[in-house]
Design a protein around this ligand. Structure first.
Ligand code: ZN
Length: 299
């Protein structure tokens, strides 16, 4: 009886899970205002490089970099599960070349959501931990090709290098570097500005997917050793190398403040009330501060 009950509730859980996953995969794009839609149109960053803008994880997704060559197109990230048609149309507005490669900055479904659709005609490439996260989280579109530290795609005279500098936002973050254009796409290791709904972005250490606040600054130090002047963040406007430095410094400030309060006897329950980050322009939820507390006290 007990076993039967257990089997019963287990099947119910599986059923609910399946319904949720199917619902997630079939989700339709949200209705956007003409003003919001206008902000999401493809724009040129440099010669042969464009961005399809993304400002958040719910309405507009991540920034998509579009590297156009005479032998095809390389894109970085592919927004949501329903975004294949939108991205393809945006790319079509600047070139007739087909999309041949998709590089994922990480597994989150606002960055790698439409992998499965692109894999019909293109190769999707991600860090091995990003692929593992896609599989573990039951997301569609697990890439056929992975890498550990670094890989590159050479197409039509262009080079797109994917480099894993360590943990930060997740355990599978890759920076995509276009050396000839001195430009990087950072994924969510660096985000900036306001969401499409007007709220402010702040960094997210996704511990459930191997992220690390403590290791994030060192990961960005690796990125900062590259030669670049232009930065496409995971979300937000196109920025500069100095903006990445400032972001890195602000994460160190958060870590220093939490460390100082731990040394002063703070507990997990009161740490969030003792660490203020408003002056940094980051509205960090109390649980994010508690995450940092957990990580630093576990070391
Ligand atoms: Zn993310």
């Amino acid at each position: 009886m007990r076993n039967l009950k257990r089997i019963g509730s287990l099947s119910l859980l599986i059923l609910i899970g399946t319904v949720l996953v199917v619902a997630g995969r079939q989700r339709q794009p949200p209705t956007l205002t003409p003003e919001q839609l206008a902000r999401l149109q493809i724009e040129q960053v440099k010669d042969g490089l464009y961005v399809i803008p993304g400002f958040d994880g719910s309405l507009s997704g991540g920034n998509v970099a579009v590297r156009v060559t005479d032998n095809g197109v390389i894109i970085v990230d592919d927004k949501f599960v329903y975004s294949h048609e939108f991205i393809t149309a945006q790319v079509r507005s600047v070139t007739n070349q087909p999309i041949k490669y998709v590089l994922n900055t990480h597994h989150h479904s606002d960055h790698a959501g439409s992998n499965a659709d692109f894999m019909a005609d293109a190769e999707v490439i991600a860090h091995k931990n990003a692929r593992a996260n896609i599989v573990r989280n039951n997301q569609p579109g697990a890439p056929r090709i992975i890498f550990a530290d670094e890989t590159a795609v050479y197409l039509g005279g262009a080079e797109a290098r994917a480099i894993h500098f360590g943990r930060g936002h997740t355990n599978g973050d890759a920076i995509i570097y276009f050396p000839d254009l001195r430009t990087v796409h950072t994924g969510d290791l660096f985000i900036f500005g306001d969401r499409l709904d007007g709220s402010t972005l702040a960094p997210f250490w996704d511990f459930g997917n191997g992220g690390s606040a403590a290791e994030w600054p060192a990961t960005l130090n690796g990125l900062l050793e590259l030669d670049f002047d232009t930065v496409i963040p995971g979300h937000g406007p196109v920025l500069t190398k100095d903006d990445v430095r400032e972001f890195r410094n602000k994460i160190e400030i958060v870590l220093d403040r939490v460390r100082a309060q731990i040394d002063a006897g703070a507990t997990r329950d009161n740490i969030a009330s003792r660490v203020d980050t408003n002056d940094l322009g980051w509205p960090l939820a109390p649980v994010r501060i508690q995450d940092v507390y957990d990580e630093l006290t576990a070391q």
